[in-house]
Design a protein around this ligand. Structure first.
Ligand SMILES: [Zn+2]
Length: 309
């Protein structure tokens, strides 16, 4: 009887293990996406709220820094640098998101990699002061090269340079909600910004389900997902709720390194376009999936889109 019980427990736990859902939270456009709000206490508040939530929820988040934001023209901006240092001091990771956020669809490889290397200098410095090393690179707009030649030449450059590409599988339009939310808050329209916050969570939950479905349809299993959101006021207010959303769907939080251990990230991408889409969509297109496959991708509500105009 005991053995039988043990067998049940073991087989149950192996099923659970196989189905474990894991997600890495990645946050773009550090230090802060302020939409023109230069007030330092406002920006510090966003940073501290994000970090506090990651700590509280045991999220090994990684932030991708736009290095230009750490300068006033050519002079270093100690305040902006201190915001990024807070991430490191709290045990979080940071990666390179270029110097000036160029669009690889409209600049040459040389211009793009010059900008990327320029951005890396200060991010490397910040990490190395804490005995850490730079590892990850995130493409602005998720534009990785709209032709095979452009995509291959950039990925070869990154590989030779020792940079690991940080893909995204859960790609969202969180920035539309963030703009609408900030505008509503600036107008002190409490009912409106709370409504935007609630609808943001509804939308983000639909996105989880959508990309889980895509992973199942393509690979027949849960993959280690990588979420992308931005360092906005909205996310600083809703990070606890987002964390809860993921845990309530059975997720645990992992680092970028752990996420990339999933063999799914070795799946080749063999199609190229101007798009800045989820890697799940790239893999689907590479496998010849047609329009139907992408049906049901959640979109922000109409009123949110109107508020961003
Ligand atoms: Zn970006």
């Amino acid at each position: 009887m005991k053995f039988f019980f043990l067998f049940i427990v073991l087989s149950f736990s192996s099923v659970v293990w196989a189905q474990q859902k894991k997600v890495c939270f990645s946050i773009d456009d550090l230090p802060v996406v302020a939409y023109g709000m230069n007030d330092t206490s406002f920006q510090k508040d966003i940073t501290e709220k994000l970090i506090a939530s990651f700590t509280r929820n045991h999220i090994s988040a990684i932030g991708f820094v736009i290095a230009k934001k750490l300068f006033n023209d050519t002079l270093k901006n100690p305040f902006q640098i201190s915001l990024v240092e807070r991430w490191i001091n709290c045990g979080l990771d940071i990666g390179n998101h270029t110097y000036s956020h160029p669009d690889y669809n409209s600049v040459s490889l040389k211009e793009y990699t010059d900008d990327l290397l320029k951005g890396e200098v200060i991010i490397k410095e910040i990490l190395e002061r804490k005995g850490r090393h730079i590892k990850y690179f995130r493409h602005p707009f998720l534009h990785t090269g709209n032709t095979k030649l452009k995509a291959d030449s950039l990925s070869n450059f990154l590989a030779q340079h020792g940079s690991t590409i940080a893909p995204v599988t859960i790609d969202t339009d969180d920035y539309f909600f963030a703009v609408a939310y900030q505008r509503a808050r600036m107008k002190n329209d409490t009912a409106l910004y709370r409504r935007i916050g609630r609808d943001y969570l509804v939308y983000m939950e639909k996105k989880i389900l959508f990309y889980e479905y895509q992973a199942q349809a393509l690979f027949g299993r849960n993959i280690r997902q990588i979420l992308l959101v931005h360092a906005s006021w909205l996310n600083s207010e809703y990070m606890d709720s987002l964390a809860l959303l993921y845990t309530s769907h059975g997720y645990t939080f992992i680092s970028m390194e752990k996420a990339l251990e999933d063999t799914v990230y070795q799946t080749p991408v063999t199609v190229y376009g101007k798009w800045g889409i989820s890697w799940l969509d790239r893999w689907a297109l590479s496998r010849g999936k047609q329009k139907d496959f992408f049906k049901g991708d959640p979109a922000p509500p109409e009123y949110v889109m109107k508020l961003t105009k």
